[in-house]
Design a protein around this ligand. Structure first.
Ligand code: NAP
Length: 332
């Protein structure tokens, strides 16, 4: 495992951060999860060198935080726990209550990194920010981060204070952040924490066609609006996506490496990226994902992968929200 500094903090975090959305057994977007597998996934990640875990109250309505708290047990202090405040709880009182609920679920008296899950399109940021700072002064929160903040919200934030990290959707199939958000994070030494780095499993190569992808995952702008659970209303890029996946598979085969591992290694080589937050539903996946930290790709391989995905990046454009139509992009 490799470790990096988180933003300008004194925290050192593993470049593979373990995501815990899909470990919740009652989450609406992930089916058939076994709690025993969830606990084993987290403990396997820990044993393999992961010291950074990401969760949120939104994942299984608090269940992901509970599972993480139980799995960590007495090892809590060895790791960096990142959780979030949901968009419904950004007003000061609600934010405090959300933080207390997270602490209880996590069985901890502090949160290492508390992140605003999504910026509010209606509430001003300042009261939320000041409450986060107060929680930090009280020792309940060590550092503050944001998630899904584009350039305009980052501009508002810059007037108020400093976030150490911005959690963003970023993978070989989802490079929208490269247009403007990533350079801004780099300039501000704000760690980029990449979510859905395997594009929810697509980049492991496990699905050969769009029809094989579970409908709860076929929701992003990669997929056609005819897929039941989409809300973006766009035509999607299914053919292009699977052509790109075939190209990535060829590179992985040439290297003799699993495709998911190559995709994660590419991501970890990008500017400003501190960690890839990879979801693992069982111990085998957790151990496999950790291996990406030790795969160093040559510059020509990194360029070849970027070249394969560039046309799709251009077609998708700069709308970083994986699920939403461009007309509903952020406007603070
Ligand atoms: N801030 C935000 O708004 C936001 C949004 C999304 C996610 N996140 C965070 O980012 C984390 C990761 O994102 P994600 O879960 O959306 O996507 P992901 O990490 O790209 O994909 C995770 C899924 O891929 C499959 N998988 C993982 N490792 C695998 C392996 N080695 N081989 C084969 N399949 C494998 C598993 O599902 P199957 O086994 O069922 O295929 C797993 O649940 C989340 O857990 C969460 O912490 C944050």
């Amino acid at each position: 495992m490799r470790y990096e500094k988180l933003g300008r903090t004194d925290l050192t975090v593993s470049v593979v951060c373990q995501g815990t959305w899909s470990v919740a057994t009652k989450d609406i977007f992930w089916d058939g999860q076994d709690r025993g597998d969830s606990l084993a996934a987290i403990r396997a990640g820990l044993d393999a060198g992961v010291n950074f875990f990401d969760t949120a109250p939104a994942y299984g309505n608090g269940e992901s935080e509970e599972i993480l708290g139980e799995a960590l047990g007495l090892r809590r202090r060895e790791v960096v726990v990142a959780t979030k405040v949901p968009p419904t709880d950004l007003e000061p009182d609600k934010l405090r209550q959300s933080c207390e609920r997270s602490l209880r679920a996590l069985r901890s008296d502090y949160i290492d990194l508390l992140q605003i899950h999504w910026p509010s399109k209606t509430l001003p940021l300042e009261p939320t920010w000041r409450t986060l700072e107060a929680l930090q002064r009280e020792g309940k929160v060590r550092h503050i981060g944001v998630s899904n903040f584009g350039t305009s919200f980052l501009g508002v934030l810059a007037q108020l204070g400093r976030a150490e990290s911005n959690q963003l959707p970023y993978s070989l199939l989802w490079r929208a952040v490269e247009f403007a958000i990533q350079p801004l994070c780099v300039a501000n030494k704000m760690s980029i924490l990449c979510y859905s780095p395997l594009a929810q499993g697509l980049l492991t190569g496990k699905f050969r066609t769009a029809d094989e992808v579970p409908e709860k995952r076929a929701r992003t702008r990669l997929f056609s609006a005819s897929r039941k659970m989409t809300r973006h209303g766009e035509a999607g890029f299914e053919q292009e996506t699977f052509a790109v996946l075939a190209g990535i598979r060829r590179v992985a085969d040439d290297l003799g490496q699993p495709m998911g591992r190559v995709a994660l290694a590419w991501l970890l080589a990008q500017p400003g990226v501190t960690s890839a937050i990879v979801g693992a539903r069982n111990a085998t996946q957790a151990v496999e994902n950790v291996a990406a930290a030790d795969l160093c790709l040559d510059a020509d391989v990194i360029a070849r992968l970027a070249g394969i995905t560039e046309p799709l990046k251009q077609k998708l454009g700069s709308n970083a929200d994986p699920w939403e139509h461009i007309s509903r992009m952020e406007r603070p």
